[in-house]
Design a protein. Structure first.
Length: 67
């Protein structure tokens, strides 16, 4: 009996400098991680969402973190 595992090849590392840094869709400013509220924590329990804020335009956004 043989078990076969298919492993998806990892996407090639992006050569651009935006690794790990997210930018605001509104003003292209840098987004900063903030803690989720307990309510959001409850809603998004188990989901890899992270909350970010842009201090330039005070917009808050959730981003899906898939790793
Ligand atoms: Zn912004």
């Amino acid at each position: 009996m043989t078990a076969e595992f298919k492993i998806k090849p990892q996407e090639p590392a992006n050569t651009s400098t935006n690794s790990g840094e997210l930018t605001c869709r509104n003003c292209k400013g840098r987004l900063s991680r903030i803690k989720r509220s307990s309510f959001a924590k409850f809603l998004l329990f188990g989901l890899p969402f992270k909350k970010y804020i842009c201090y330039k335009c005070s917009r808050k956004t959730y981003r899906w973190v898939s790793n």
